[in-house]
Design a protein around this ligand. Sequence first.
Ligand SMILES: [Mg+2]
Length: 318
Amino acid sequence: MIIPLAEQSKTYSVLVVEDNLLMRTILEGHLRDLGHPVVAVENGRQALETLQSNHFPIVITDLVMPEMGGLELCSAIRERRSEGYTYVVMLTAQDSKDEMVRGLAAGADEYLVKPVHPAELAMRLKTADRILSLESSLKKSYEEIKALSVKDHLTKVYNRGYLDERLVHEVKRTFRFERPLSLIMFDLDHFKIINDTFGHAAGDQVLMESAWLMGISIRQEIDWIARYGGEEFVVVLPETILPGALVAAERLRARLAGHVVVVNDVEIRVTASFGVASFTPSSQKEDMTMAATLVEKADRCLYLAKKEGRNRVVSAQL
Ligand SMILES: [Mg+2]
């Protein structure tokens, strides 16, 4: 039976483990004909060594080999942590139900009777392809869900949960390396009036655009922004002393004040008040309350900025 090219499975790389040179060469040839990149080794020990530095989604292994046999190899593969699933096909002798059962019990996904029939091999690899594709699509969905779970639904910046969790890590790092850390907290001015005057859809638009504008105005890959709640946001600036954070906050303030949000042909201008707090640890002795203290201090400065007339920056060094 000839497998049409289009129906061949994806070209997952295959590790062949077989002590018999002839068998090994034939199997390698079949796999290459099917378009798979192949690495072939002689026993289980060599296979484990190879797997340490490379991930092979598919392993086809003989059962009886010197040094380490297929059953032991299979158990070892199942015990180790790897970046993805390893689909194991066990090679068994003709008519040996016993070998087949032992292989499956050791954790093999499939078995192939020797000498390997090319068409049967191709079909076994199609099964492997289905399982591996399913695994990678599950992994992709998981990554997507994970990414969604740390983002604020409306503004697409990080959410409060992520802020609370990651800020603690930033503070830990700050103590460990005795490096500075700054935090900017800002709150849109008179947001309630925007909502009351233009409606909640316009209010949402203002929130989204403000968050987006602030997000692109910070140092990319270094600083990060989260929605603290309502119309309040936090920007975390690692490795930044107070003067640097003040420059950043002033830049954010000016950018927002100069921005116009257009909703249904209506121009809406919005400003924000900013509170900045910075600290540099003087020792590596960690203060567990520092994350909360930093937020409180920035919040206090923000309150003063509001009180002093809004659209301004107030700062404090801890
Ligand atoms: Mg053998």
